[in-house]
Write a protein of this length. Sequence first.
Length: 492
Amino acid sequence: MLRTNVRIHQPATRARRGWEVVTNGFNGLAGKRFHFIGVGGIGMSGLAMLLLKHKAIVTGSDQNPGETIDHLCEFGADIKIGHKEHNLNPQADAVVISAAIKEENPELKLARREGIRVYKYAEMLGKVFQFYQGIAISGTHGKSTTSGWLAYLFKLAGLEPNFVVGAVVTQLAGSSSVGSGQHFVAEACEYDRSFLNLKPQIAVILNIEADHLDYYKDEAEIVEAFRDFALGTKNSGVIIANGEDKNTKQLLLDSRLLENNRKIETFGFGKENNFYADNIVEKDGLYSFDVYHNKELLGKTHISVPGKHNVANALAVIAAAVNAGLAAKDILRLLPGFTGVDRRLMLKAKINGVTILDDYAHHPTEIRASLKAIKEHYQPKRLWCVFQPHQYSRTRFLLDDFAESFKLADITIMPEIYFVRDSQQSKKEVNAQVLVDKIRAKGSEALFIDGFDAICEYLTKQVSAGDVVVTMGAGDVWKVSDEFLKWLRKNS
């Protein structure tokens, strides 16, 4: 059953006023007051910038200072560091909260008492999204790369898109942007069913696998959530879906998807898909291929991000761009210019023959794809993977699959699991040593080292020229690559 967003049951006049700020469209935003609690996150800051563009008054708070906060303040926002009741002006028209904000937050508690309309981030994004030609990119894997790639393509094509991506896109100078165009590209996350707030003109489904099992009871419930997302596509809209993903194919059997003049376009490697790649050639982990649409050759292209999984992401980008009205020849010409998003097979440096990478992979399927791409592209003497599991619950639910996913690494080093959204009970049921033992039982070399400093010290003694070291995970494991790089530079 669909879990409902938080609603305010305080004085109705204030609650309705906050709601009308958004439902009346952008013309009514000028001078309206929005307060963002936890504004430093990628999505929250992008949404705050969008409201600033439309002359809204933006205030907010975050636990930590940083470039994102400074950037918002430069554009007129008033952001405080730390969460305190007096940060919130009781005259605010609406409050927006990130997923990390708890009910005991003093600013949120004041908003409740004052009857100010409170939006979750995804809910507010959905309200803003409806005034654009929205393109929502969903899937268990590849959302950030695909949404960043599409935004990049639109930017180079002169469409001046608005976008909110779940990672920094260096080529676009950030993770979000406010453009003058009518397109809005948004990464659509399935956790907490937040993507159901988005009603896109073009809905993209990259793949569907078991994940977030701390929220969903099983894989079937996840598929059902993605089905609901697809059914939220606007009248005469387009659903672009992976025609070779088992769960996505199951979803596409629902005849309701074709109601209201919606159409479905599939992508994949087989010729039964609407968009498919043929004559695929791999060289050093990079791919060139012909692109077909409904068996008609659109042309040849290539990609500059390694891994065959990125050919599939590229096909999704091409399909979305074609359905948004871009000329195929322009799409295929611009596609190779994209070099990736932050923390996705990101090259940090090459020093003394040692290559240092950082990657966000935190699900078994992603780990396998990333390690395969690294092997193909860099052809290392030895591949060292420093993997930080993300969430005790995810590790426990997918333990056997995780254990199988490191076979392409020569040595896997693991610190303790990154704690987020977990219960104390989850911490008691699994730990990093349990996963290390499972990996070893599968015949792969792995070891548990407690603490980033100890991992760095181990790497300094063991890594040699020709090796590749990749830090991997959705937590703060990137700090290991930064520290190891400092040591390499100092000792080069």
